[in-house]
Structure formats: C-alpha cells, structure tokens
Design a protein around this ligand. Structure first.
Ligand code: S3P
Length: 165
C-alpha cells in the first residue's frame, strides 16, 4: 500500500501519531525532520541558524524524495506543504492525512517548546502562518482529521478506519 504521509502544523501530533500507527499497522515509520538531521549531520535549529530557512526547505524536499513511499508512515515537518513541488509529490506518491488542530490547542501544546526555530522566532506571527498554510494542507489531504480534544489512540483509529474504508 501507498505510504501514509502525516501533515499538519507544528504541535499537531504527527510524530506521536506516527509512532502509535507504527505498532498498530506493523508498518515502518519515518520522520522527515529526523532524516534531515541524520542526512545533513546537523540539528534543525543549527540548520536554520547557520544556513537559513531556504536551505532547510531544499534539504526538506531532497529528504521527501528519499522517503519510502510504500507501507510506511511518514511524519513530515509542518512546513513541508510550503513548496508546490512537495505538494505535487505528496499528492502523487502518498496517502496524505492532514491533522487539523486549532490555534488554541497548538499554543497550549507548544507553550514550553524551545526546539522549533519558527515557533521560537518572536518576530514571526505563527497564528497567521497557520492560516496561510491551511489551504495548502487541505490541497494535499486525502483525509482530514480534527485532533482537538482527542487522544493519540482515538486519532490513530480514525486514520485506520478511513484508510481501510
Ligand atoms: C517547521 C516545522 C518543524 C520543522 C522545522 C520547520 C515549520 O517540524 O520541520 O522546525 O516550518 O513548521 P514539526 O512540524 O514536526 O514541528
């Protein structure tokens, strides 16, 4: 079967849901952020600081093309949908699940986060970024799952029932 690509804003739960689905479906799991760090031997904050966001986006596209597009759950970075090329690739190669989370819930979840360069950049309006990205997530999504107030188990079983329907 085609791989499942989880897309959604920072804090929408892609990584934890991918891990849960991995054991439920007995599929392998990949995480584009983690693959970037391994492949380029640099952590994400350092890439942003030393190379800039544009280079990070190039790395992200290269890594997306290296993901396994069969029987794998792929957790993607929140900005993967920024590039047309990535959106086209996702629509063609994967089953895409958009984890839709409200701004209020994202703020709650990421309150103490210090690991995400865009989230921690005080000069960026993250709520506006979420609004700007929303149509792009919807454009690539085969399925949309609302995550507010739901447990990882509930979200994962919704995904499983949608892909098996
Ligand atoms: C980003 C989201 C991050 C990571 C990078 C940029 C974004 O991934 O790829 O910090 O542009 O939204 P998560 O969505 O896993 O936090």
């Amino acid at each position: 079967m085609k791989s499942i690509y989880l897309v959604g804003f920072m804090g929408s739960g892609k990584t934890s849901i991918a891990t849960y689905l991995q054991s439920a479906l007995k599929w392998s799991v990949q995480d584009t952020d983690q693959m970037i760090e391994e492949h380029y031997q640099m952590n994400i904050p350092t890439i942003f600081k030393e190379k800039g966001e544009e280079t990070f986006r190039e790395y992200e596209t290269n890594i997306l093309h290296m993901t396994n597009n069969e029987n794998t759950i792929v957790a993607t970075g929140g900005g993967i949908i920024e590039k047309d090329l990535n959106r086209k690739w996702l629509r063609t190669n994967g089953t895409v699940v958009f984890l839709q989370t409200s701004w209020e819930e994202i703020e709650r979840r990421l309150m103490d986060d210090v690991s995400r360069p865009i989230w921690n950049n005080q000069s960026r309006d993250k709520q506006q970024l979420l609004e700007k990205r929303l149509p792009k997530y919807l454009e690539v999504a085969d399925y949309v799952i609302y995550t507010d107030g739901k447990s990882v188990e509930e979200i994962a079983s919704e995904i499983i029932s949608k892909i098996n329907a």
